[in-house]
Design a protein around this ligand. Sequence first.
Ligand SMILES: [Zn+2]
Length: 90
Amino acid sequence: MKAVSDRRRKRDAVYPARRQQVWERGNGMCEWCGMAAMTDVHHIAGRAGPDPHRLENLVGLDAECHRRVHAEPEWARSVGLMRSRHAKLA
Ligand SMILES: [Zn+2]
Protein backbone atom coordinates (compact mmCIF):
# COMPACT_ATOMS: atom_id res chain seq x y z
CA MET A 1 0.00 0.00 0.00
CA LYS A 2 2.72 2.43 0.94
CA ALA A 3 4.66 1.74 -2.25
CA VAL A 4 1.60 2.57 -4.33
CA SER A 5 0.92 5.84 -2.57
CA ASP A 6 4.59 6.84 -2.81
CA ARG A 7 4.51 6.11 -6.51
CA ARG A 8 1.35 8.12 -6.95
CA ARG A 9 2.75 11.04 -4.98
CA LYS A 10 5.86 11.03 -7.15
CA ARG A 11 3.76 10.74 -10.30
CA ASP A 12 1.53 13.63 -9.27
CA ALA A 13 4.40 15.85 -8.12
CA VAL A 14 4.98 16.91 -11.73
CA TYR A 15 1.39 17.96 -12.29
CA PRO A 16 1.54 21.63 -11.21
CA ALA A 17 4.48 22.27 -13.53
CA ARG A 18 2.81 20.39 -16.39
CA ARG A 19 -0.38 22.40 -15.90
CA GLN A 20 1.68 25.57 -16.17
CA GLN A 21 3.28 24.27 -19.38
CA VAL A 22 -0.15 23.53 -20.85
CA TRP A 23 -1.30 27.04 -19.94
CA GLU A 24 1.77 28.51 -21.66
CA ARG A 25 1.29 26.24 -24.69
CA GLY A 26 -2.22 27.63 -25.12
CA ASN A 27 -1.32 31.21 -24.22
CA GLY A 28 -3.87 30.94 -21.44
CA MET A 29 -6.71 30.21 -23.84
CA CYS A 30 -8.81 27.11 -24.36
CA GLU A 31 -6.81 24.87 -26.70
CA TRP A 32 -9.98 23.53 -28.27
CA CYS A 33 -12.08 26.58 -29.13
CA GLY A 34 -9.54 29.34 -28.56
CA MET A 35 -12.39 31.62 -27.56
CA ALA A 36 -12.29 31.56 -23.78
CA ALA A 37 -9.69 31.52 -21.04
CA MET A 38 -8.27 28.15 -20.11
CA THR A 39 -9.61 27.14 -16.74
CA ASP A 40 -9.30 23.35 -16.73
CA VAL A 41 -6.73 20.77 -17.74
CA HIS A 42 -8.28 17.63 -19.18
CA HIS A 43 -6.56 14.23 -19.29
CA ILE A 44 -7.30 12.88 -22.77
CA ALA A 45 -6.65 9.24 -21.87
CA GLY A 46 -7.48 9.59 -18.20
CA ARG A 47 -5.30 9.72 -15.11
CA ALA A 48 -4.27 6.08 -14.90
CA GLY A 49 -0.99 4.63 -16.12
CA PRO A 50 2.64 5.42 -15.40
CA ASP A 51 2.75 9.03 -16.66
CA PRO A 52 -0.78 10.44 -16.95
CA HIS A 53 0.47 14.02 -16.74
CA ARG A 54 2.63 13.83 -19.86
CA LEU A 55 1.99 16.88 -21.98
CA GLU A 56 0.51 14.97 -24.92
CA ASN A 57 -2.14 13.57 -22.58
CA LEU A 58 -3.19 17.02 -21.44
CA VAL A 59 -5.33 19.63 -23.12
CA GLY A 60 -6.22 22.97 -21.61
CA LEU A 61 -9.89 23.78 -21.87
CA ASP A 62 -12.35 26.35 -20.68
CA ALA A 63 -15.08 25.09 -18.38
CA GLU A 64 -17.69 24.84 -21.14
CA CYS A 65 -15.51 22.80 -23.49
CA HIS A 66 -14.48 20.54 -20.60
CA ARG A 67 -18.11 20.03 -19.69
CA ARG A 68 -18.87 19.10 -23.28
CA VAL A 69 -16.04 16.53 -23.41
CA HIS A 70 -17.58 14.62 -20.53
CA ALA A 71 -21.20 15.20 -21.56
CA GLU A 72 -20.57 14.06 -25.15
CA PRO A 73 -17.87 11.37 -25.00
CA GLU A 74 -18.61 10.05 -28.48
CA TRP A 75 -18.00 13.49 -29.90
CA ALA A 76 -14.91 13.90 -27.72
CA ARG A 77 -13.49 10.60 -28.99
CA SER A 78 -14.24 11.55 -32.58
CA VAL A 79 -12.21 14.76 -32.30
CA GLY A 80 -9.37 13.27 -30.23
CA LEU A 81 -10.18 14.91 -26.93
CA MET A 82 -10.82 11.55 -25.29
CA ARG A 83 -9.39 8.10 -25.87
CA SER A 84 -8.60 4.88 -24.12
CA ARG A 85 -5.11 4.83 -22.69
CA HIS A 86 -4.71 1.44 -24.34
CA ALA A 87 -5.61 2.72 -27.80
CA LYS A 88 -2.80 3.11 -30.28
CA LEU A 89 -2.25 6.58 -31.61
CA ALA A 90 -3.29 6.85 -35.23
ZN1 LIG B 1 -13.18 26.11 -25.21
